[in-house]
Design a binder for this molecule. Structure first.
Ligand code: SF4
Length: 397
């Protein structure tokens, strides 16, 4: 049975190439963790310790808990941890963690809100005969007889709206496991602790919603399993991706980043892209100039009442012809109907192959339809260059 987790499915949806690096090729990189992930894991372990001790009837003091957190931080910190955001240091993040834990402690002390049934669970729930889903609940509580709570700690700096947590799939899937595991379930409350804001967000799902989500999750998994190509998807999340040094979208940047300016300017890639951009700029300027000369030439021919204007050993013929303009593509409904009515449609209408290609590429057509059309379609790779400003390049050359 194949196992999927929320993060595994999201990884594919965020960037198929990242998914391939992480879950298919299982590549280990030098960049093992970002500071945000490290902070999250230190805070999670600290809160786990707090609740583990409670099971043994030991209520840690805030000082003890912070000491535990700081010890953990010191022991686990390593130089491969990356700080992406400019202007902040390791110490800023460590203190953030202290603040999260202090606020949480003061908010929930003496931690008697229900019975703790599980911490950082490693359970699985079957989705069907083929797939199972990893259930990792930060803390599972029974608040009242049959009222279960799935608690999740968030250490990020973003507080979502209620509507977003009402749509959340991760904890909602965990409630499927709760429903199947415990016999007396009256209610499953999903509770997110946004530690940076000292705020709780709470949501619930109906049984029907959970069953729909199970089906939807199976479909999302099937899409992953059917994937034959794993293209990169550049987004702001790339800043936190550990595969940047091997990703074709950033590999060259990594190669040149540490070069001295003189080495850097000798890099073939740097030279070529600079040349290409410079020439493109020149072509743009020249085209604008050409258009101006063209307009002046036409004006000249009209003013002089001539059809041909002579240069040194060349001549320009200036002529005008009648052209027609038709309704734009979006406003052709009525026009198309008339063309059909007067019997010209079969003779004149052509398939919009640009739109068709777009539909095939975006997987908007049913596979059966694509199969029928396949013998008429030749697939080829077209190379393309697009020039844009790079914000990552510190070498201001
Ligand atoms: S850097 Fe961005 S595009 Fe490249 S693998 Fe990572 S997430 Fe995907």
């Amino acid at each position: 049975m194949a196992t999927y987790s929320h993060s595994k499915i999201c990884c594919f949806e965020q960037c198929p190439l990242k998914y391939k690096f992480q879950y298919i090729d299982k590549i280990k990189t030098d960049i093992e963790q970002t500071v945000e992930a490290f902070l999250g894991s230190m805070v999670h372990e600290t809160l786990e310790k707090l609740y583990t001790d409670l099971k043994f009837q030991k209520v840690m003091s805030l000082d003890e808990l912070l000491e535990f957190y700081n010890d953990l931080w010191q022991k686990n910190w390593n130089d491969a941890i990356v700080i992406v955001k400019k202007g902040y240091e390791k110490e800023n993040y460590r203190r953030m963690g202290e603040k999260f834990i202090t606020d949480y402690y003061n908010h929930y002390y003496p931690f008697n809100q229900g019975k703790v049934l599980g911490l950082e669970t490693t359970e699985f729930v079957d989705l069907n005969d083929e797939y199972k889903f990893h259930v990792r609940i930060d803390r599972l509580n029974e608040a009242d007889e049959g009222v279960y709570e799935v608690h999740d700690y968030k250490t990020g700096g973003y507080l979502p709206e209620q509507a977003a947590v009402d749509e959340d799939k991760q904890l909602a899937m965990y409630s499927l496991w709760v429903l199947r595991t415990f016999g007396n379930v009256k209610k499953v409350k999903l509770i997110w602790h946004y530690l940076a804001f000292d705020k709780e967000l709470v949501s619930e799902r109906t049984n029907d919603q959970i069953m729909d989500l199970r089906r939807e999750t199976i479909q999302r998994i099937k899409k992953i399993e059917a994937a034959k190509e794993f293209p990169p998807n550049v987004s702001r999340l790339c800043d936190w991706c550990q595969f940047r040094p091997i990703c074709p979208q950033f590999k060259h940047l990594y190669k040149i980043e540490d070069m001295k300016p003189e080495e850097y300017l000798e890099d073939d890639g740097v030279k070529l892209v600079n040349k290409y951009a410079e020439m493109q700029e020149k072509i743009k300027d020249l085209s604008e100039e050409l258009e101006k000369v063209r307009e002046r030439l036409i004006e000249f021919a009209k003013k002089e009442d001539v059809d041909v204007v002579f240069g040194s050993d060349i001549k320009a013929s200036v002529s005008s012809y009648e052209s027609f303009s038709f309704p734009s593509k979006n406003q052709r409904k009525e026009f198309n109907e008339i063309v059909k009515k007067i019997g010209l449609w079969d003779e004149l209408a052509v398939v919009d192959t640009y739109e068709l290609a777009k539909k095939i590429k975006n997987k908007e057509l049913h596979e059966e339809l694509i199969k029928i059309l396949e013998k008429f379609i030749e697939k080829k790779k077209t190379d393309m260059i697009r020039i844009s400003r790079s914000m990552n390049n510190n070498n201001n050359c």
